[in-house]
Each structure stands twice: as structure tokens, then as C-alpha cells.
Design a binder for this molecule. Structure first.
Ligand code: SAH
Length: 488
């Protein structure tokens, strides 16, 4: 099966529900270059991902072969295309190839760039009394041998909005042809670059002067040229740029979590997980089988909770096994994971790191053996504190974590070229790993830390002003940074 899916105009929120469903069950994804990275993150683990780099690396015929091959091998294939598959995307050709090869396929429509741009630049494509219709066209012959010529006189009709795809490279000749065909040179026109994306830019002018203005503004593709009376009114309804945090960027150094949508503020949030994890629940199974030996179990990370939950499962047990055992757990994300994975609530909690949690265990008078599932090579504050008080602790390494060096290097590069407005750190190790790659520091970014230990790691690197939420959770931290950005 092949799904030809429209990914929308750039903003990952503008894919359809069905498109996302297809993505969730894909075994092979063949994506266009313009498809948002945030959508590619949703590709399921283990799925083959082919991103079309440049035309030369993977030409159209190679894509056709790939689709047919993978689908014939029984794979669920998603062909993810920018905008809508059937608008200047060669989706029609791909569908023809699949039909000829008797491969079943479905087409999932997408928001084409013209519609995304129209909504986000405040340029209604039709308007009562102003624009009676719209033409989506390209002035650019895509391939050699593509000889189909537009009748430019159609586009000269002053009652029509013309949206021209793939035209910025030849904007001068495109607008020249429109004038030659008789469209009034004083007609308002605009170039919309990166429509619907946080980097969206709109350059306004008239048919006569737009090419010069676009050149002066250094406009680069992807961009659309819009010619229409309605462009004149667009500034009044340019809601996109008027949002309070439009164009501002927040980097969250953590795995993506559900947060309240920030679209209405215009803030773009980039999630980068600084580590990759490998759970090793088998290491915990023997301890879980003898959980009765322990007076308490202590959790200081979501992963240790997840590994523990899997170990319980592998031992054929469930949360009731912990009935006789106290649970100590860091508040915030770790506590939420405990509730989510096992529907358990901890009786002992602390919010400022392992040491404080160890202290909570001592304060509760627990002197029997404590089980501490943790990361290989993880922090030792909690076991050290307990051991010093004579409480025996079994530390069991139940997951590995490795820094994602490439992702961290790419953040460091972005920070150098286009600094973030705010950065959220979710662990002291995240701080250490990013600083190892940074050369210019954090600039004027607002800085947030999930808790005291992370804050400490930042202070050790001379970051003096750090925002720390009351509850150590990523959504809380993001909320506080958003507040701070708004009042900045
Ligand atoms: N199938 C796509 C179009 C592919 S052709 C769709 O339906 O949108 C690629 C052209 O689309 C680019 O050259 C540019 O003209 C336009 N385009 C794509 N994304 C765009 C965006 N976010 N903003 C402005 N133009 C865009």
C-alpha cells in the first residue's frame, strides 16, 4: 500500500488527521525536502526514512522505482509531499506509476502552499467585490521538454487572484509577462517567503516594482508570488506577525512533551532531546522478583520508572508488588511517569534532586534496604547519602543514555547563526553536553532550568540569571519561560 500524503505548507500543525494516521503506521517514508523536520520526527521507530535531498541524488524515476519496490515487498509506504500531492508536486505522475504497477494507493490531500500562505499572510484568495476567482499557476517550466505554455492573458484578468509557484527565481520575467499580457502594472502584488513558518516574510509592492523589492529584500525560495487587489488589504489582517511572540524561538533541550499549544502567541518551540536512551529492564527483574526485601524504592528519572514498569511486566507482576514497599520519587516529570506507567503515587517526594530525595527517605525513618534503579554511570548523591547514614542501597543500572552529538552540534551552530530567544535545560548533563559544543555562550537568551542541580550546572558556567519552576517538569518550565518572554 502506498499513501500519497500532503504534508501541508510548512507548519507541521497543518497536516491532516488522516495524514498523521498514515505516518503513524508507515514502514517506509519517502519525504520531500520541504517537509517539516517536526513531521519527520513522527516517523515510527524502525521505519525506513528516505528524504529527497537534491534533484540529482534522487530523481523522479528513482522515487518511482523506490515506491514500487517497497510496496511490492509488502511494506506500508508513505510518500510525504510538501503542500498537496496534486499541486505542482508530481503526485499525479507517481499515482500513474502506482496504478500501472497495480499497487493499491490512496491520496491524502494537503494544504497547498497557496492556501497556507493566504491564511498566514492575511491575503484572502477570493473576496466579495474584489477577487472573483483564483488561479494557481507556475511560470516556470519544471523540466526540459515540458512545453505546456500558460496563456498569460487569462492571468491578466483583473478580477482574478494569481498565485505563482516556483517563480521567485524568475520573478522579473514572470511579472513582465503579466504586464505584457495586459495586467495593470499598478496591481498590488506580494512575495510570501516561508508561508506559515515562523520565518514567514511578506514583501509587498505592485506588479511594476515587486521584482526590485524582492531582490532588495534578498528573497529566496520557497516563496510564492501573489498578484491581486486583495494584497492591498492584507496588512490590516496580518494576524500572523502581530502575535505577541511572533518570530521568537524557544529551544527546549528535552524530549518532546505535550504542552499547551503556543500558536496563538506565535512562539516557535524547537525540541531537541540531548540524549538517546536504551532501557535495560532485564537488569531489574531479579530485584523486582524479590521486592519484598526492600523497605523503599527510589526513582529519580522517567527512564528508571519505565524500566521498572517493564521489569515488573517481565516478572509477571504488577503495581501491587510494591504494596509493602515505600516509594520515593522526584516530583514533576518522574512522578508523572510513575502515575502514567503504573498508576502509583509516591509517599516520599522531593523536587530538588537526588540528595533531597535521599534526605526524604532518611527523614521518613527508613533504615531497611533501598532499591535504586538508575542510569548506567548516573548520579550518586542519593546512594552516597543513604550509605553514609548506614542504609544499604542496591543501585541497579537499568538504562543507558548517550549524548546525541550531531543534534547538539547542530544546535550550537544554530545558536551561533541565529541565536535562540530562550533556552530550557532539563538536566545538568544536558547543560554540560551543550556547553561542550558551544563556542559563543548563550548570548542574550533567557535561560531556564528544570531544577536546582540543573541551575547549579548553569551557574558553574557563568549563567547568572536562571529561571527555575516550582515543580520540576518540562511543561512548567516552558510556561515560565513563555511568561518571561512576554514580559521582557
Ligand atoms: N505540492 C506543493 C508545491 C510544490 S512546488 C504544494 O502544494 O504546496 C514547490 C513550490 O511551492 C515552491 O517553489 C514555492 O513556490 C511553493 N511553496 C512551497 N512551500 C511554500 C511555503 N511555505 N511558502 C511559500 N511558497 C511555498
Amino acid at each position: 500500500m502506498v499513501y500519497l500524503v500532503g504534508a501541508g505548507p510548512g507548519d507541521p500543525g497543518l497536516i491532516t488527521v488522516r495524514g498523521l494516521e498514515c505516518l503513524a503506521r508507515a514502514e517506509v517514508v519517502v519525504a520531500d525536502r520541504l517537509v517539516s523536520a517536526a513531521l519527520l520526527e513522527r516517523v515510527p521507530a524502525g521505519c525506513e526514512l528516505v528524504v529527497r535531498g537534491s534533484r540529482r541524488e534522487l530523481n523522479q524515476e528513482a522515487i518511482h522505482r523506490l515506491l514500487v519496490e517497497r510496496a511490492s515487498a509488502g511494506k506500508v509506504v508513505v510518500r510525504l509531499k510538501g503542500g498537496d500531492p496534486f499541486i505542482f508536486g508530481r503526485g499525479g505522475e507517481e499515482a500513474e506509476v502506482l496504478a500501472a504497477a497495480h499497487i493499491p494507493f490512496m491520496v491524502v490531500p494537503g494544504v497547498t502552499a497557496a492556501l497556507g500562505m493566504s491564511a498566514c499572510a492575511g491575503i484572502p484568495l477570493t473576496q466579495r467585490g474584489v477577487a472573483a476567482g483564483v488561479v494557481l499557476a507556475t511560470g516556470h517550466e519544471m523540466e526540459e521538454g515540458d512545453t505546456l505554455e500558460l496563456d498569460w492573458h487569462t492571468l491578466a484578468d483583473s478580477a482574478l487572484t494569481a498565485v505563482l509557484y516556483m517563480s521567485v527565481g524568475r520573478i522579473e520575467s514572470t511579472l513582465g509577462r503579466l504586464m505584457a499580457a495586459g495586467r495593470d502594472p499598478a496591481t498590488p502584488a506580494a512575495v510570501v517567503v516561508h508561508g506559515s513558518l515562523p520565518t514567514q516574510r511578506v514583501v509587498r509592492g505592485t506588479i511594476r516594482d515587486l521584482a526590485t523589492r524582492a531582490r532588495e529584500a534578498g528573497v529566496q525560495p520557497p516563496a510564492l508570488v501573489v498578484v491581486a487587489e486583495v494584497v492591498r488589504r492584507s496588512q490590516a489582517i496580518a494576524w500572523f506577525e502581530q502575535r505577541p511572540l511572533a518570530g521568537k524561538r524557544l529551544l527546549v533541550l528535552a524530549e518532546r512533551e505535550e504542552i499547551r499549544t503556543l500558536d496563538e502567541l506565535g512562539l516557535s518551540v524547537e525540541w531537541v532531546a540531548p540524549f538517546e536512551f536504551e532501557l535495560q529492564p532485564d537488569a531489574l527483574v531479579p530485584a523486582v522478583r524479590e521486592i519484598g526485601r526492600y523497605g523503599a524504592v527510589a526513582f529519580t528519572s522517567r527512564r528508571s520508572v519505565q524500566a521498572f514498569a517493564q521489569a515488573l511486566d517481565r516478572a509477571g507482576l504488577d503495581g501491587r508488588a510494591l504494596a509493602g514497599c515505600k516509594i520515593a520519587c522526584l516530583a514533576g516529570g518522574t512522578g508523572e511517569a510513575l502515575f502514567r506507567e503504573l498508576r502509583l503515587r509516591a509517599e516520599l517526594t522531593a523536587s530538588d534532586g537526588g540528595r533531597a530525595l535521599g534526605q526524604a527517605i532518611l527523614d521518613a525513618g527508613i533504615r531497611t534496604r533501598v532499591l535504586f534503579p538508575r542510569a548506567a554511570g548516573g548520579r550518586k548523591e542519593l546512594p552516597d547519602l543513604l550509605a553514609a547514614a548506614g542504609v544499604p542501597v542496591d543501585r541497579i543500572d537499568c538504562y543507558l543514555s548517550r549524548p546525541r552529538q550531531e543534534a547538539l552540534a547542530s544546535i550550537a551552530k544554530t545558536q551561533r547563526d541565529r541565536p535562540f530567544d530562550a533556552i530550557a535545560f532539563a538536566s545538568p548533563r544536558g547543560v554540560a553536553e551543550l556547553f561542550a559544543q558551544l563556542d559563543g555562550g548563550l548570548g542574550s537568551a533567557l535561560v531556564g532550568a528544570i531544577g536546582k542541580t540543573t541551575e547549579q550546572a548553569l551557574r558553574e558556567r557563568s549563567v547568572s540569571s536562571v529561571i527555575v519552576p516550582e515543580q520540576p517538569s518540562v511543561p512548567r518550565l516552558v510556561e515560565q519561560l513563555v511568561e518571561a518572554l512576554r514580559s521582557r
